[in-house]
Design a binder for this molecule. Structure first.
Ligand SMILES: *Cc1c(COP(=O)(O)O)cnc(C)c1O
Length: 220
């Protein structure tokens, strides 16, 4: 058994345990396996072990490896979890099934135009800059409710989730709590939070999607 399959199974077990501990129903948390920087040869064993939901942070890198893998397994659900430039909106709409990083008016407009043009409707989440870090992408927390409403009213975009990356050096728990509260205020169901170091904490705080990379694929 290759290392990533063992690690993958361990993550699945840990998710199930965290769900049970939090009193959440089995299968209520979805694993997004983050395969950025890894090649098709490293990803394929995890697909063969049953994983169907993957995350990539760069449009260009994903465009190089995923069309072939999706051709082999059409039921794969590919998530964009990295920043999106409006000149890549067309490529992103064509390739991704879920775009988790809608975070400003210009991107919302570009996605809406591409979705009309291509007749494709990826699921959309809004990224929230939950720690209000100047260098980090995402809408400010106190603007999230308005922005989600704007996406709907101005661009007819259906936003179904929120996503965040808490500050690296802080306890993530209060940030996870805040994102879950904001999701309630925004009226969205999906909450994407938690990475290799803190996905169990995120599950305790209501994550519906956890994005786990290195705990499955190894160090980058
Ligand atoms: C890389 C990345 C992850 C996964 O990080 P790990 O610590 O390797 O699990 C999750 N979310 C985003 C947005 C990322 O860029």
């Amino acid at each position: 058994m290759s290392g990533q399959i063992e690690r993958y199974r361990k993550v699945i077990e840990n998710i199930a345990r965290a769900e049970a501990k939090a009193g959440r129903s089995p299968g209520s948390v979805r694993l997004v396996a983050v395969s950025k920087t890894f090649e098709a040869g490293d990803i394929r064993p995890v697909i063969e072990a049953g994983q169907r939901r993957f995350g990539e942070n760069r449009v260009q890198e994903a465009a190089g490896k995923w069309p072939a893998l999706k051709g082999e397994h059409p039921d794969i659900e590919l998530h964009l979890i990295g920043p999106l430039q409006s000149n890549k909106a067309g490529e992103a709409v064509a390739l991704f099934d879920v775009i988790e990083t809608v975070d400003r008016e210009k991107i919302a407009a570009a996605l809406a135009a591409e979705m009309r043009k291509q007749g494709r409707s990826p699921t959309l989440f809004v990224q929230v800059n939950i720690g209000e870090e100047p260098q980090k992408a995402g809408i400010a927390p106190d603007r999230a409710v308005d922005f989600v409403r704007q996406c709907r009213d101005r661009h007819s975009l259906s936003i179904t989730g929120l996503m965040c990356i808490p500050p690296a050096q802080e306890d993530p728990a209060p940030h996870f709590t805040r994102l879950a509260q904001l999701a309630g205020q925004c009226g969205v169901e999906s909450i994407s939070m938690g990475m290799s170091g803190d996905y169990e904490t995120a599950i305790a705080h209501g994550a519906t999607h956890v994005r786990v990379g290195s705990a499955i694929f190894g160090g980058r």
